[in-house]
Write a new protein. Structure first.
Length: 115
């Protein structure tokens, strides 16, 4: 795909890759959630955060590639739909994993035990 700086050109439009596309905003939100928990020590919270942040950035890389590929193959309208669906799917996936691993690491039986 042709590109220039942070712009990627597809057959019927242009995508701008902004800092929001990096996953750092989502990673910041994850940090706020993890470090606001009253259970677990700093070491465990850091472990949960680093694992979640690594996974989030990894998934986000492929999410952005999928959106760009969809734009190249099917146009910007399809890419817009892919963008929204993949963003929500990734968010739900990360929240489910965060809940599961936080529950497992803290030994909490339900959500109210670790807030």
């Amino acid at each position: 795909m042709p590109s220039s700086e942070n712009l990627v050109f597809v057959k019927d439009g242009v995508f701008e890759i902004t800092p929001s596309c990096t996953g750092l905003v989502s990673t910041s939100i994850l940090a706020a959630i993890v470090y606001s928990l009253k259970k677990s020590g700093l070491k465990r919270k850091t472990l949960i955060f680093l694992a979640g942040a690594s996974m989030l950035i990894f998934l986000n890389y492929f999410r952005v590639l999928a959106v760009l590929w969809t734009g190249k193959e099917f146009g910007t309208n399809a890419a817009g739909i892919t963008h929204v669906v993949s963003w929500f799917s990734t968010t739900i996936f990360v929240l489910v994993l965060w809940y599961y691993f936080t529950k497992k690491i803290t030994g909490a039986k339900n959500f109210s035990d670790f807030i």
